[in-house]
Write a protein that binds this ligand. Structure first.
Ligand code: HEM
Length: 486
């Protein structure tokens, strides 16, 4: 009888593939005490020992780390829907209440909100109409830098504020009083950076959910305090917006997201939930947090690499001058002709992927990947950093060589996740929906910075290329550079 069922392939007698291999840890704590600061480096080293898929027990939770293109393809393509879930850290759950886009599980609410964001904010029509905001903010940045010629400036901070203003103009329109907007922007920056840090901070409550009520590290308390501040700012903005809407004001041709969300307010979503201010604030927080730090970090990394490689900087400057003209101002529309700059940006995204482990996935069912079972409910890290550094995938991966993205390779490695060897924005259903805006802003800002100024380092300083691991991988030390007139 047994032989019969084996021959017929009876599923009841077929054993499941084993769990992935992995290092042993301590009782109860698992591998937690052995985690190091640069998790992406450590995860890559462990993959050399345990293979491209391995497991780690961290506290009471099982983590699976995947670091080969073929296995990642199985996750983000073949089993995309199953892995399109998230398991938000306690801090993200407190901040968003489970009503945002980044951290919400795959379900009708997430799908509706993501669709709304992509259709209303990231459509070609809306992005074209909102070009005016971006131009305005980039010109203001230049106005600001013109007053700082010969003095050190912190590039990431300036770009963060510019991106924040672009995002907030897109979200709630450009009608706010500029002084008030600037003041709120500076405050907002502090709170949003803090939130992003809190989302990425290892938290005992996440590893041992039964201990969450004790909040040993005070992360939940700190998150609640930041959220109060963020909500205060969002309340001011929503109130101002409601007044403008009541007076019949809106930007022609360019919809702002808060207006659209407020129109949805009080509508029934599904059978039980209503779309209200809580949901609106969660989504706004999400977009500002997801869009500002990432863009600023990337522009800072590209400028760092350019200053570290003066011959590449010269080539970029030459290209921008040829396309734009020495005495003209860069426009967003020039970007499509700046192929070398685009290759430089892509190479920087490869060497310094802003989210080295993407955002962890959470399978809704147990699933076989390669020859191993990934159990339902485990957290899955896709270690893109290790693939971007893999000598089997990239020739001399540690070298900064933009040429690898030129010619036909420019299309081969896109941002939308078609090629699993290169995923700076993720792939599949959860791929970053902000790509069209991120791409425009990164190119426009960089072309403007290198076309308008020569850049130097403050006396006695050298370029530091070290990374600081976090959910967004910033530079260990911020880039301080000095702009000079050309
Ligand atoms: C250089 C800039 C950016 C980078 C590198 C980046 C990268 C990413 C990555 C890696 C993910 C996770 C993908 C995955 O899980 O597979 C993501 C998700 C997301 N990003 Fe971006 N992003 C950038 C800019 C933006 C901008 C400008 C916005 C909004 C205006 C945005 C909004 C979002 C949102 C809402 C999600 C969550 C999507 C979901 O879970 O369904 N991002 N981003």
């Amino acid at each position: 009888m047994y032989l019969f069922s084996v021959l017929l392939g009876n599923s009841k007698t077929r054993t499941k593939p084993p769990l992935p291999p992995g290092p042993y840890g301590l009782p109860i704590l698992g591998y937690l005490p052995f985690l190091k600061h640069k998790l992406h480096h450590q995860f890559t080293q462990l993959s050399h020992k345990y293979g491209p898929i391995y497991r780690l027990w961290l506290g009471s939770k099982l983590y699976v780390v995947v670091s080969s293109p073929s296995l990642i393809k199985q996750i983000v393509r073949d089993h995309d829907s199953l892995f399109a879930n998230r398991d938000p850290p306690v801090s993200a759950l407190i901040a968003t209440g489970g009503y945002d886009i980044v951290w919400t599980a795959n379900g009708p609410y997430w799908r509706d909100m993501r669709k709304l964001f992509v259709r209303e904010m990231m459509s070609n029509t809306n992005l074209q109409a909102s070009n005016v905001f971006r131009t305005d903010e980039v010109r203001k940045l230049i106005g600001n830098l013109d007053t700082k010629i010969g003095s050190p400036v912190q590039i990431g901070e300036l770009i963060f504020l510019t991106e924040l203003h672009v995002l907030t103009s897109l979200l709630w329109g450009g009608e706010m009083d500029p002084t008030e907007r600037s003041r709120l922007g500076v405050e907002f920056r502090l709170h949003i950076s803090k939130l992003v840090d809190l989302f990425g901070k290892p938290n005992v409550s996440d590893f041992f959910p039964v201990l969450a009520k004790f909040d040993f590290q005070g992360i939940a308390k700190e998150t609640r305090a930041v959220v109060v501040e963020v909500e205060r700012i969002l309340d001011c903005i929503i109130d101002a917006k409601l007044k403008i809407m009541a007076a019949g004001g809106a930007m022609e041709g360019c919809k702002d997201f808060v207006g659209i969300l407020l129109e949805l307010k009080d509508k029934q979503l599904g059978e039980t939930s209503t779309f209200g201010l809580t949901q609106i604030k969660a989504i706004l927080m999400d977009i500002v947090a997801g869009g500002s730090d990432t863009t600023a970090t990337m522009v800072e990394w590209v400028m760092t690499e350019l200053m570290h490689n003066p011959s590449i900087m010269q080539k970029v400057q030459q290209e921008v001058t040829n396309v734009v003209g020495a005495n003209n101002v860069v426009e967003e529309s020039h970007a499509s002709k700046l192929h070398y700059l685009e290759a430089v940006v892509k190479e920087t995204f490869r060497l310094h992927p802003p989210l080295p482990l993407l955002v962890p996935r959470y399978p809704s069912e147990s699933c076989t990947i390669g020859e191993h079972t990934i159990p339902k409910g485990s957290r899955v890290f896709l270690n893109m950093w290790s693939i971007h550094m893999d000598p089997h995938v990239w020739e001399n991966p540690l070298q900064f060589r933009p040429e690898r993205f030129l010619n036909h390779n420019s299309e081969k490695f896109d941002f939308i996740g078609n090629n699993v060897e290169y995923l700076p924005f993720g792939s599949g259903r959860r791929v970053c929906p902000g790509i069209p805006l991120a791409e425009k802003m990164v190119m426009y800002l960089l072309a403007t910075l290198v076309h308008t100024y020569e850049w130097g380092l403050p006396e006695g300083q050298t370029i530091d290329l070290s990374e600081k691991f976090g959910i967004v991988m910033r530079k260990e030390t911020p880039l301080i550079a000095v702009p000079y007139h050309k």
